[in-house]
Design a protein around this ligand. Structure first.
Ligand code: NAD
Ligand code: ZN
Length: 353
């Protein structure tokens, strides 16, 4: 779990106080990875406390994080500085948070990041790392994974060393998120709740967090009777609780299939989940009905026919990626899932999207 967290509008201003006791020495920098959407945004960047050799690195979120990108970022840091960094700070959405986690791990572990995709393959503690979300929903701020696309698969580095040492939750940082993206990333949280609460891995720990997150999602996306600020605050906590819920259970069908879309077609996580979830009424009837209400209420139009022109080979790649995520299917369907989920079934579902 994340060992330290602060919450509150404006708490971003406390970043300097949080970091300064963690500085190892003047030559060991803090590296700030910041979503490049904030380039030129002095409201945010002027408050990033840079001193000595600290560095601000803008990262593009056009594509989701790749293992090759992580290896390059780590190599750049190692070649530029004589000392190991004092800390890695990620400021952005799920993509940037995952980059910060992965770089912090790989600075202290040999080899390539692709070798650590999986469960509990990391041996050495990561460099001190801090997560500061600027959009809410993924739960990446709280989870024990960093999801990377590697040469063979899209899969997380899941380990006890992955979670942030410190998280700073300032809902004000989310104020300029565009409406569509607010919905897609917010729905990631909603889907986490539905997949966790309807999974065979469910337990009292996950249920308590999943139920709270789902209740908050309904207040934000259906009841819609809170102010913008309240809604930003609530979505930030929904994301946290949704992440906590899956930390002790698993996600399910939507995530498995959305990873396939992302791997083959580069479709991003939030919108990918929405595209898939829209067609999962056989698996999550109540959740999908609620999803359709929210989609309509917020005038969201999802892309159609995205798999219409794929070749058989391409379908095979996508389906193999989806099926390789065994724990997700076992959570969703049960131990007998291989008897129920066939390649043909998945192809028919993909064809509907
Ligand atoms: P993202 O990080 O790509 O951000 C989405 C978009 O919102 C980007 O264009 C970004 O520039 C923009 N944005 C972010 N903050 C903004 C702000 N304050 N104002 C204006 N624009 C802003 O997307 P995401 O949905 O947050 O994250 C998706 C990524 O997270 C995927 O790579 C996915 O695999 C990963 N993920 C990780 C976990 C985990 O537990 N580690 C869980 C779910 C998803
Ligand atoms: Zn997700």
């Amino acid at each position: 779990m994340v060992s330290k967290v602060i919450f509150g509008r404006g708490c971003f201003n406390q970043l300097a106080d949080i970091l300064s006791p963690r500085r190892l020495n003047t030559k060991a920098p803090f590296i700030f990875f910041v979503d490049d959407v904030f380039k030129g945004n002095s409201w945010l960047t002027s408050r990033i406390p840079l001193s000595y050799d600290d560095k601000l690195v803008y990262v593009s979120t056009k594509e989701e994080p790749k293992t090759s990108q992580i290896d390059q970022l780590v190599e750049d840091i190692i070649l530029t500085y004589k000392e190991r960094p004092s800390g890695i700070i990620g400021i952005g959405g799920g993509s940037v948070l995952d980059i910060a986690k992965a770089v912090a791990i790989m600075l202290n572990n040999d080899g390539e990041s692709k070798d650590y995709q999986g469960w509990d393959l990391v041996n050495t503690e990561a460099v001190y790392h801090v997560g500061i979300p600027t959009i809410s929903g993924t739960g990446a701020e709280v989870s024990r994974t960093t999801i990377l696309t590697g040469p063979e698969r899209k899969l997380g580095i899941n380990s006890d060393f992955t979670p942030f040492d410190q998280v700073l939750l300032d809902p004000e940082l989310t104020k300029d998120v565009p409406k569509d993206q607010w919905f897609y990333t917010g729905m990631d949280c909603f889907v986490h709740c539905i997949e966790s609460l309807n999974g065979t891995y469910l337990n009292a720990f996950s249920k308590s967090y999943g139920e709270k997150a789902l209740e908050l999602c309904k207040e934000i996306f259906i009841d819609n009777d809170c102010t913008d600020e309240e809604s930003q605050d609530k979505l930030m906590m929904a994301s946290w609780h949704g992440g906590m819920s899956i930390a002790y259970s698993q996600v399910g069908v939507a995530h498995a299939m959305s990873y396939g879309l992302s791997y083959l077609l580069g479709i991003k996580h939030g919108i990918g989940n929405c595209i898939v979830f829209d067609h999962l009424e056989d698996y999550y009837p109540e959740g999908v009905a609620l999803f359709k209400v929210m989609k309509k209420k917020h005038n969201i139009t999802l892309p159609q026919g995205i798999c219409a022109n794929l070749s058989d080979e391409e379908f095979d790649i996508m389906i193999d990626v989806a099926l390789s995520l065994e724990p997700l299917w076992e959570n969703a369907i049960g131990k007998q899932w291989k008897k129920i989920i066939t390649k043909e079934k998945l192809k028919a579902l993909y064809l509907k999207m």
